[in-house]
Design a protein around this ligand. Structure first.
Ligand code: 13P
Ligand code: SF4
Length: 304
């Protein structure tokens, strides 16, 4: 079968079996084309909650599939490629953060959604890149322990000078590849382009950007802007999606190696096999973990 035939089969099977396919915006084009919904982490969480189907397949990384399961424990949830994890989410575990919490007892623990479910059980509230500023602003406590991404944390702290932030040394290895030097080089090559970056980039990069936002935020900004050229500082898929969506505009990656191997681990065939019932991994979480971890996800949806 060629790509289009596989896509037709996926569309037929998911209709027949009443399956909802969610795809993060970093997924390849051939996957987003057959997904019921494509978006950033926050949008996927909301869709996961509202999807009418009883079976959901996540094309993304493990914490995203686990978030779907946390929000809909009664649904059958699959991660299309079981090897797809987020390295940042694995950087800090429950033991490390329990110790840090002892040192900062008066702090509200704000967890980026890119964390493991086990770690979420001891955090107060989750945030995504698009909802972090809004949610942290609404918290009563002035003292914020923000985990694990120090770059997103620094970005939020800059918008909320009235809060007192404690950041740890975590972050995304893909966005860490971008340096201020990459921005200067890209601007020299494309002087008329606006620079749009993800808040997981280092402060030396976000300081030079014209816009900072989530994957969907970057896409919306580029689509609505009157500008014709954009330098994109996030995973390379966003350049590809925008180039299809806005053929009259030009999009350039901020660096050539901005590929998240984990997001790219999922292939169209993985999705096909999962829809057929011959692949993927069903997400199983025990009820105690679901109850504890869900508190901070529910709080995110309530405040976001
Ligand atoms: P978004 O919340 O922007 O989708 O980001 C998720 C992510 O993993 C970015 O690296
Ligand atoms: Fe995780 Fe970074 Fe990949 Fe996003 S881009 S899934 S934060 S490793």
């Amino acid at each position: 079968m060629n790509i289009s035939q596989v896509q037709q089969e996926i569309l037929r099977l998911k209709k027949e079996k009443d399956i909802c396919v969610l795809a993060h915006s970093y997924q390849a084009r051939e996957i987003t084309e057959v997904a019921d919904f494509t978006g950033d982490s926050f949008q996927l969480s909301v869709k996961a909650k509202d999807a009418p189907q009883k079976t959901v397949i996540m094309c993304g990384v493990r914490f995203m599939a686990e978030t779907v399961k946390l929000l809909s424990p009664e649904k059958t949830v699959y991660l299309a490629n079981p090897t797809a994890g987020c390295p940042m989410a694995e950087q800090m575990d429950k033991d490390i953060i329990s110790e840090v919490k002892k040192a900062y007892p008066d702090y509200t623990v704000v967890a980026y959604i890119n964390t493991t479910t086990s770690l979420k059980t001891i955090c107060d509230v989750c945030v995504t890149s698009s909802s972090a500023v809004k949610i942290v602003k609404k918290l009563d406590n002035k003292n914020i322990l923000f985990i694990p991404d120090c770059n997103l944390g620094a970005f939020v702290a800059k918008q909320l000078p009235e809060k007192n932030f404690k950041l740890l040394n975590g972050g995304c290895p893909t966005h860490a590849k971008i340096s201020a030097e990459s921005v200067h080089q890209a601007k020299a090559a494309h002087p008329n382009a606006l620079v749009l970056v993800h808040p997981e980039c280092k402060p030396e990069v976000t300081e030079l950007a014209d816009y900072i936002g989530s994957t969907s935020g970057i896409m919306d900004f580029a689509k609505k802007s009157d500008h014709k050229e954009f330098i994109i500082g996030t995973e390379i898929s966003i350049v590809e999606h925008l180039s299809y969506d806005c053929p009259e505009k030009r999009f350039y990656p901020l660096a050539q190696n901005l590929i998240c191997q984990n997001m790219k681990a999922t292939t169209l065939i993985d999705l096909y096999n999962t829809v057929k019932g011959e692949g993927g991994e069903e997400i199983i979480l025990d009820s105690d973990t679901i109850i504890k971890a869900r508190r901070c996800i529910d709080k995110m949806i309530e405040l976001g």
